[in-house]
Design a protein around this ligand. Structure first.
Ligand SMILES: Nc1ncnc2c1ncn2[C@@H]1O[C@H](COP(=O)(O)OP(=O)(O)OP(=O)(O)O)[C@@H](O)[C@H]1O
Ligand SMILES: [Mg+2]
Length: 508
């Protein structure tokens, strides 16, 4: 019987589905369902166009129309909706209509499903796209993951499991259908994935016997990625225009679709500067001064771009250093260094990575598809994520009371209940620190989430009457850990959500 499994990379700027399974064995490797753009293998732009059509238009067609249609009444274009998930944000569309971000995101999932469904392999084998492994940024919280699940459901898809984006890229890069990840047994890889919305870094290791692959550490930054570079380019061009023209502008930038056109031009300029040393930017009728329209016509050099992008690049370097520190490793202990994500094409970003890791820096195979392909491989191999490190409560003697052992599948669990005693209630607060062992065999503790503060009765009584704090640990269907603590004396509760557990996969 033919089988096919699916992986989805739902990105801020671009999204892609890949499939893998017996129906594709002739291909020898997972297949990406690219946009059928004449330009070749391109992912689908994560842009949704609401207009007079029966269903919203998604992808390349939507992106191509951003510049031309937003002036017209009755059109709304939504880009980067992934950044709005989990923030209780509604998106304003046409005619005062508002939609929750997850509903807009569901249109992207619907588009991806429809595109995959039209592919000849699915048509010939009569297979439907349903269960999928979906990748998320390393810092994606529970609510953001829940909204992804909800968006998928609305699009007729079911979530098989989540996987971190850079982790999926690593799997894709080294996977071999026969030997799995044996080629990198005992090796450590750092993956640097800088896209349109987030920077995600993770250090992975394959066990020496090739039976497991797991994250040693990860770190990420939200909202400081490609979209932010575009804004910085816009600001720099605007300042240059004002300086040169000495115009006092009434309106910066102009009403209607001017901002969208400006943003696209800034993004194109940024992309061009990855291969050219200077780029000219022209945006007609961008600014208004004394009731007259002015075109923006400026040039930007790569040097100037690197100057305006410096704060972001420095932040990305700190993120890499934090990840190494969390793992307790130095750069010399990393065997492979992989770059993925559109923003990693910036020469100054690669140079920064080469300063740290030298000649080991390499671009992942087919970087635009690596994340979706990794997800499809995990789906087809039926590798289900497990929690890598022992997680529990830090005790006052510096040891860990383990609740979630470090090899437990990250699937929803019954609540596990424990009781602790508050030994010093005098300030009216019982403190509970959730922590993990830094790595297997290392008893050093790393804190997870802020210390939970539970209101207790400050009256000091004898030790037989110490306040009892009951604590529940629950693994959710979003692969997060919910911790609920309650004081027996005051009945007050406090909750924490831990969303950054390290993923591992059992390969055999
Ligand atoms: N050659 C290039 N030079 C610089 N930036 C680029 C280049 N190519 C693409 N980008 C930028 O990379 C970003 C898109 O990258 P990518 O497709 O990896 O993001 P994404 O996966 O959609 O986002 P995320 O993973 O953050 O959710 C955009 O900001 C785009 O402008
Ligand atoms: Mg991405």
């Amino acid at each position: 019987m033919n089988t096919l499994s699916f992986g989805i990379d739902f990105g801020t700027t671009n999204s892609l589905v890949c499939a893998w399974g017996s129906a594709l064995l002739g291909e020898g490797r997972p297949v990406a369902f690219w946009d059928k753009a004449p330009a070749g293998k391109r992912p689908h732009p994560s842009v949704v166009w609401y207009g007079p059509h029966a269903t919203p238009i998604v992808g390349r067609e939507a992106r191509q129309n951003i510049g031309s249609n937003t002036m017209n009444m009755g059109h709304a274009f939504v880009s980067s909706v992934k950044r709005k998930l989990g923030r209780n944000q509604e998106i304003e569309l046409v005619g005062g209509q508002r939609k929750p971000a997850w509903e807009v995101a569901s249109e992207i999932f619907r588009h991806l499903r429809e595109q995959a469904q039209q592919h000849e392999t699915l048509q010939q084998s009569n297979l439907a796209m349903t269960d999928c492994v979906v990748t998320v940024p390393v810092d994606y919280r529970g609510l953001q993951r829940r909204e992804i699940r909800r968006a998928m459901q609305r699009a007729g898809l079911t979530l098989k499991c989540f996987l971190h984006e850079p982790f999926a890229a690593m799997v894709s890069h080294f996977y071999d259908p026969t030997t799995k990840l044996d080629g990198v047994a005992g090796k450590r890889t750092i993956v640097f994935d800088w896209g349109g919305g987030t920077l995600d870094v993770c250090i992975t290791e394959v066990s020496t016997d090739g039976t497991h692959v797991y994250e040693v550490a990860h770190d990420g930054i939200a909202d400081r990625a490609g979209d932010e570079f575009d804004l910085r380019v816009m600001n720099a061009l605007e300042r240059k225009f004002i300086q040169r023209s000495s115009l006092k502008l009434d309106d910066l930038p102009l009403r209607g679709n001017a901002r969208d056109r400006f943003r696209l031009a800034a993004e194109n300029c940024k992309i061009a500067l990855s291969t050219k040393v200077e780029e000219r930017v022209e945006v007609p009728n961008l600014f208004e001064a004394f009731g007259k329209l002015h075109d923006l016509e400026e040039t930007m050099s790569r040097g100037k771009f690197e100057e305006v992008a410096r704060p972001e690049i420095d932040a990305s370097e700190s993120c890499v250093q934090r990840c190494l520190t969390k793992a307790g490793l130095t750069p010399g202990l990393i065997d492979h260094v992989l770059l993925v994500g559109g923003s990693s094409n910036i020469p100054a970003v690669r140079a920064m990575m080469e300063r740290i890791f030298g000649a080991r820096v390499a671009v992942a195979n087919e970087p635009d598809a690596a994340i979706a392909r990794g997800a499809a491989i995990v789906a087809a191999e039926n590798w289900m994520p497990y929690n890598v490190k022992d997680v529990g409560v830090a005790l006052s003697d510096g040891t860990l009371f383990t609740v979630l052992p470090g090899d437990r599948p990250l699937v929803p669990s019954e609540s596990q209940k424990f009781t602790f005693y508050c030994v010093d209630p005098r300030d009216g607060v019982a403190r509970l620190q959730i922590a993990e062992h830094r790595s297997k065999g290392d008893r050093t503790l790393s804190n997870l989430a802020d210390c939970l503060l539970i209101t207790t009765d400050p009256t000091v009584r004898d030790f037989r009457a110490l306040d009892r704090i009951s604590v529940q640990f629950i693994v959710t269907e979003d692969a997060t850990l919910r911790v609920i603590a309650q004081s027996a004396s005051t009945g007050k509760r406090s909750e924490a959500e831990i969303h950054d557990l390290c993923f591992g996969l059992k390969l055999r």
